[in-house]
Design a binder for this molecule. Structure first.
Ligand code: NAG
Ligand code: NAG
Ligand code: NAG
Ligand code: NAG
Ligand code: NAG
Ligand code: NAG
Ligand code: NAG
Ligand code: NAG
Ligand code: NAG
Length: 672
């Protein structure tokens, strides 16, 4: 009997994970590529990347990381090719999973990678084979469409580049030998005729649009779960100690009985059990704990949650806090735990020169958040990208509120700005339907993170219809029905149609936050909604070539920056001037939060608090701390508790009438 080489070679390696080597058995050898720019973490990645358990809100103890060196080959995507996956064939190249195929860390660093094959081999611990257990194969995220084959059989498919998915492969894997995993991916990015949620990815990057990310870009792992297992925990915990939890389950393999679960909750910071109860799965269950230590950016208290359902046990966590809106001194305000908290932070894109969508390491990812927190920002706007679960856990732990954008489609639908159309593609009804399905999936995937305060449906006009108000209203209702616990910013920038909780314009460099002077693309300021500056700033500062994305096309577009300061002193001066302007708007007008562009440089953009390689921090940290604290103080001085008390929120919303309104007159006088 002839066994292919990989089987014999692998059995000699015993229990060692194939992925801890630079190649898989007789496969090609992995080589880190030299990209246009690296980071201090690039060379630390090695061949066992992202060893952390990747899904902190639904964690199991028995798991096995499949990240590492896999095989890769480009594909044509033809029907014939799809019908014959490369079972038992060594593919031509080595790829480091989980890094985007276009990234240097992947070892591929290709372009126009529309169709791809991945292949790896794995063992399943024999203790996982038990009639009371199931084997799950999990993917953190794969861009864009995926088909997964285990030992020659289709295990499942997925569509959507930002979502985790789990496949029950119990009946496909064997315990007595090596298993073969083949993954097929299709990622059109913005190929003509397509329009998918993709954020800033473009086949031909151009200033504010960047290199795409194709294929597997988050951790792949196996785990052992109970026979009837927990598929998702929806947890909403409020400042009054109420805990609303739904334990979703897989069903009991043909047995429709769902059973009850046991839940234990205890504070991460205090001794003792806060709650020990039982409940029924697959329906919302309400519990209550006494005097919780509430979650806020200043004291991000978290509670560990353990849920046991039959033979399945998962751990998770939550934070007790309440998000709402209220009226304070006639102005609509976003409230956290019943009080107005000014939300201030950078536009956070989450791009990396070495990994693109995939941060090189966990430490690298969190270092951005620490730099943001260090100067006192209390929020990030996660910009048209969805991050790994560990990113949101870091925000929950550090105390950083998250304004979460839906990844945009690339198009400007007809009849808007024909000159700006990207490939002259318009959104078809099918594409719109898929956008809405993925929007719902984003909310379902992220809604248990205490730090997320706001959902953003559209960024500027991307994928949004300029004239069709009904779609904005309908999508706002959809998101509201999926998650009534948060605020909704229907449109951040440009075409405001009156839907959602915010009126949000984008204005560079200087802000126009909640002011009645300027509406621009967003129309006149609507004082009945919360005034918010979804983007301002963008002040640039060019750097020497060793900190730049060294691609001629990117460098030639640096001159498109709104303004470029010659020196770091000049840059700090200009940014602080925009902060001073913002502060005057917080003092005089209806400004409840603002987003400074942006956390880091990205490709041809040089307007970050940090350079793209994260080696230069442009901020004059001590002065920024003072400015940012001053912004909160100015906001507190406008009042923190709603008219009619903390529970109230009833109050008369003032409607500015330009030229007549008192604050407007006051400002005119101030201006001389
Ligand atoms: C793979 O890429 C190479 C180089 O771009 C191309 O020549 C080849 O046709 C591609 N193969 C498939 C199957 O698409
Ligand atoms: C791959 O090879 C092994 C060993 O020869 C065999 O058992 C298995 O069926 C093959 N897989 C497929 C999908 O043909
Ligand atoms: C899964 O996707 C493949 C193509 O990638 C397709 O041939 C197959 O029909 C899909 N199966 C299901 C169940 O959707
Ligand atoms: C492994 O076990 C399966 C049943 O789970 C059996 O069909 C197969 O022949 C066994 N393979 C080897 C190499 O022993
Ligand atoms: C609990 O959460 C569910 C959604 O998961 C929601 O439908 C229900 O209204 C919530 N219950 C309370 C009392 O908030
Ligand atoms: C179905 O589940 C219930 C509750 O867990 C259990 O008592 C019963 O034996 C199960 N039935 C079958 C056929 O497995
Ligand atoms: C809470 O859970 C985390 C993750 O499982 C663990 O590291 C930590 O020790 C737990 N804290 C307490 C107080 O149990
Ligand atoms: C930015 O700096 C790079 C070199 O570091 C230079 O090539 C480029 O011309 C500069 N661009 C502008 C607009 O200053
Ligand atoms: C920016 O520089 C490029 C190449 O150097 C040039 O073609 C372009 O006209 C410049 N654009 C602006 C706005 O100055």
């Amino acid at each position: 009997m002839h066994f292919p080489l990989w089987i014999t070679a692998l059995s000699l390696l015993g229990a060692a994970t194939a992925s801890s080597f630079k190649r898989q058995a007789d496969g090609p050898e992995y080589q880190l590529k030299t990209g246009p720019l690296d980071t201090d973490w690039t060379k630390q990645v090695g061949t066992n990347p992202w060893p952390e358990y990747p899904r902190p809100q639904l964690a199991r103890s028995e798991w096995k990381n499949l990240n590492g060196v896999w095989q890769y080959q480009n594909a044509s995507g033809g029907a014939a090719e799809l019908a014959t996956p490369p079972f038992n064939k060594t593919l031509s190249e080595a790829v480091l999973v989980p890094f985007c195929l276009e990234s240097a860390l992947s070892g591929i660093m290709g372009s126009n990678l529309i169709h791809s094959w991945y292949r790896t081999l794995f063992d399943v611990p024999s203790s996982w084979f038990d009639s009371e257990k199931r084997v799950l194969l999990n993917f953190g995220a794969v861009d864009y469409q995926t088909s997964v084959f285990v030992n020659g059989k289709l295990a499942g498919n997925n569509t959507g580049g930002y979502f985790h998915f789990a496949l029950d492969v119990t009946d496909l894997v064997n315990t007595n030998g090596t298993n073969e995993l083949i993954v097929y991916t299709y990622d059109p990015t913005n190929t003509d005729g397509t329009s998918i949620p993709l954020g800033k990815q473009r086949l031909n990057p151009d200033h504010i649009n960047y290199t795409p990310c194709s294929g597997i870009w988050q951790t792949v792992w196996l785990e052992s779960a109970g026979r009837q297992y927990i598929t998702q925990l929806d947890i909403d915990a409020k400042a009054d100690g109420s805990l609303n939890i739904t334990v979703h389950t897989s069903g009991d393999q043909g047995n429709s009985s769902v059973g009850s679960f046991d839940i234990t909750v205890h504070s991460q910071g205090a001794e003792g059990v806060a709650l020990q109860e039982t409940g029924q799965a697959n329906a919302p269950t309400l519990f209550k704990i006494d005097s919780p230590q509430v979650w806020s950016p200043d004291s991000p208290n978290l509670y560990n949650v353990t849920v046991k359902l039959g033979s399945d046990t998962v751990t998770s966590y939550t934070g007790f806090r309440t998000l709402s809106k209220g009226v304070i001194d006639s102005l609509p305000r976003p409230l956290l735990n019943g009080e107005f908290v000014f939300q201030f932070g950078p536009l956070d894109q989450g791009y990396w020169p070495d990994g693109l969508h995939s941060p090189p390491t966990y430490e690298a990812m969190v270092s951005d958040l620490k730099a943001v927190k260090e100067v006192g920002f209390n929020m990030v706007r996660k910009h048209i990208k969805i991050e790994p679960g560990l990113f949101y856990r870091a925000c929950d732990e550090l105390g950083i509120m998250v304004v979460q954008d839906m990844p945009a489609m690339p198009t400007y639908p007809y009849p808007y700005r024909p000159a700006c159309t990207d490939g002259a593609v318009h959104v078809t009804p099918e594409q719109q339907q898929e956008f809405e399905r993925e929007l719902a999936r984003m909310v379902e995937q992220l809604k248990s993170h205490p730090s997320i305060t706001t959902w953003v449906i559209y960024n500027e006009g991307w994928g949004q219809s300029r004239y069709d108000r009904t779609t904005d209203v309908r999508l706002t209702s959809l998101v509201r029905s999926l998650d009534p616990t948060r605020l909704i910013n229907t449109v951040s920038g440009w075409h405001d149609h009156g839907a959602g909780d915010f009126h949000d314009n984008h204005h560079y460099s200087f802000p126009q936050c909640g002011t009645p002077f300027w509406g621009g693309d967003s129309g006149p300021f609507d004082a009945s909604r919360i005034g918010f500056q979804g983007e301002f700033g963008g002040v640039g500062n060019n750097v020497s070539i060793e900190h730049l994305w060294n691609v001629p096309h990117a460098i030639s577009q640096i001159n498109q920056t709104y303004e470029l300061a010659e020196t770091l002193e000049g840059w700090n001066f200009r940014v602080r001037a925009t902060f001073a302007d913002l502060r005057s708007q917080v003092e005089a007008w209806s400004c409840s939060g603002a987003v400074y562009t942006q956390t880091t440089d990205v490709e041809g953009e040089v307007n970050g608090l940090l350079t793209y390689d994260r080696r230069v921090n442009r901020m004059d940290v001590e002065r920024w701390k003072g400015d940012i604290e001053g912004m909160y103080e100015a906001a507190r001085n406008r009042g923190t508790v709603p008219d009619g008390g903390e529970e109230g929120g009833e109050g008369q919303v003032r409607r500015y009438v330009v030229g007549v309104d008192e604050p407007f007159k006051a400002e005119m006088m101030m201006m001389g």
